[in-house]
Design a protein around this ligand. Structure first.
Ligand SMILES: Nc1ncnc2c1ncn2[C@@H]1O[C@H](COP(=O)(O)OP(=O)(O)O)[C@@H](O)[C@H]1O
Ligand SMILES: [Mg+2]
Length: 490
């Protein structure tokens, strides 16, 4: 056969690989997958902000790689997606490490230790573009390597910097530290959701020293959650496990728990199917066009599990964040969905328990409730007030949206809430403005981190505190001042 060997041009290919649609959350999750596949029990993720130039480190204590394995791992398309994967393996396309990293920044450096031998490689897309060659550095630049720290055991340390996509490095749109750490907070929530089954299971993930706490979308521990019967169906001869859940009526929660249970997209949008591949959530809160999302159905969350040998049936994509439901499964899923949506509706309308005449289920009659999570408090409207519930029932979706928006405005304009947020805007040096509870938490945490490692930098303690719920809105300088003046001197 007469052929011409035609190598793809590096610069344009790199550009398209950077645009396959990862966001920061799905990118970090994909890199975490690799650590899990490598058998890690501890994964430490560090986000470091630096004006205009930060970096991200993902360190795992998995098996690590030999020099040859690392060379393959750094190759774009290192494994054939058609290859059969080991049982439970999360990888698929041999692309994730590279494409996920490049969607965050332009430089990817990997340091790995296996059988006592340390190997390293580094991609720098600036160099690739300038030379239009797939030139991989054998050594990691010294200033980068210094940041990567030491191995405590075998494992892998990945550092991504030149974060043009994540923080606007080298562009006119460099983000501020508050939005940098805002993004970090959202990534944390996302990981707590997609890895919730793994986190219960011999895996710890830390983000800027914060321990990730699994978030269970099904509230399976809640006594009022209804767990439907598990059904096993076969799609293309492969087992698919379906377990429906109907969450408790809103009146079963206090406001804090109600907000927690909502999830990243909020109650209404989190309803639907939750699809797990090898115990890792890949798609959530979606009816896949079978039903529309309405308020009465918002208690339904249906768990679906498939295994990596069924990837082709579910058309898993490179980012592992999207799938499509196989035709063979649709009829079953639709029947199950329809039934449990009806259950949800009955519960929402209090029809499920007609014997309850005491009215207890109707929730509180207060119009305002204190939203209190031990750290922070504000007043919010009681959305479960019987009159409001009645009104919401009688209006159409559009009116409901408008009414909800108006209620939000009322909430944020409430004099008590304004008084509270006023105090947040006060002089940042004014550490007296931190309430006792917050001071207590900051000094406890700082003290314990110092006792753990007395060389730890104040700045990294500040990072870790500003990621905690209730602390996001506090000025970082206030926290730093407090640590320097009240904790360090003692
Ligand atoms: N943290 C890690 N520890 C050990 N091996 C890794 C790690 N990250 C990547 N690898 C190796 O590199 C290969 C390529 O990774 P990746 O590009 O994410 O593709 P995939 O996960 O689909 O195989 C993996 O199959 C694995 O062999
Ligand atoms: Mg991978």
């Amino acid at each position: 056969m007469d052929t011409i060997l035609t190598r793809p041009s590096a610069a344009p290919v790199i550009q398209s690989l950077r645009n396959i649609g990862y966001n920061a959350q799905t990118a970090i999750a994909d890199i975490v997958d690799n650590g899990i596949d490598a058998g890690a029990t501890d994964i430490h993720i560090t986000f470091e902000y630096n004006t205009g130039d930060g970096y991200i480190i993902i360190q795992d204590n998995g098996t690590g790689m030999s020099d040859e394995e690392l060379q393959i791992a750094m190759t774009i398309g290192s494994k054939d997606p058609r290859e059969e994967r080991k049982q439970h393996e999360l990888g698929r396309f041999g692309m994730g490490l590279k494409t996920a990293s490049f969607s965050l920044g332009k430089r990817l450096s990997v340091l790995t230790k296996k059988d006592g031998i340390i190997s390293e490689r580094s991609w720098d897309l600036d160099y690739v573009s300038q030379n239009n060659e797939w030139a991989l550095f054998k050594k990691i630049p010294l200033e980068v390597k210094e940041r990567m720290g030491q191995f405590e055991s075998e494992g892998t340390i990945i550092l991504i910097d030149k974060l043009d996509r994540f923080s606007g490095y080298g562009t006119p749109k460099v983000i501020q530290s508050s939005s940098f750490y805002g993004k970090v907070g959202r990534i944390k929530k996302y990981l707590e959701m997609v890895f919730h089954l793994k986190l219960n299971n011999n895996l710890n993930i830390f983000m800027n020293n914060n321990f990730l706490v699994p978030w269970d979308p099904f509230l399976s521990e809640h006594p009022k959650t209804i767990e439907g019967e598990t059904q096993i169906i076969r799609v293309n001869r492969k087992r698919v496990k379906i377990t429906p859940y109907v969450l408790p009526h809103p009146s079963a929660f206090n406001e804090t728990k109600y907000k927690e249970a909502a999830g990243v997209k909020g109650w209404r949008d989190q309803q639907g199917f939750y699809i797990y591949r090898e115990g890792r959530l890949v798609n959530f809160g979606d009816w896949f066009g079978m039903f529309t999302k309405d308020n009465f159905s918002e208690l339904v969350r249906i768990k679906i599990d498939f295994t990596n040998d069924a990837d082709e049936d579910w058309k898993i994509d490179i980012k592992k964040s999207s799938i499509s439901v196989p035709e063979d499964a649709k009829e079953n899923l639709k029947a199950i969905g329809k039934y449990y949506r009806q259950v949800s509706k009955e519960i929402m309308l209090y029809r499920a328990k007609p014997s309850n005449k005491t009215g207890k289920m109707k929730g509180s009659l207060h119009t305002w409730e204190l939203y209190n999570d031990e750290i922070d408090s504000s007043y919010i409207l009681n959305r479960n007030h019987p009159i409001l519930m009645e009104v919401l029932k009688q209006i159409d979706d559009e009116t409901r949206r408008k009414l909800n928006f108006y209620l939000k405005l009322v909430e944020s304009g409430s004099p008590i809430n304004l008084l509270q947020s006023d105090s947040m805007l006060k002089k940042e040096e004014d550490i007296q403005e931190l309430d006792d509870n917050k001071k207590f938490i900051i000094s406890e945490l700082a003290n314990s981190l110092f006792s753990f490692n007395d060389e730890i930098e104040v700045e990294s303690i500040v990072d870790s505190i500003s990621l905690m719920p209730g602390f996001e809105s506090i000025n970082r300088r206030t926290i730093r001042n407090f640590i320097e003046k009240e904790v360090l001197v003692k």
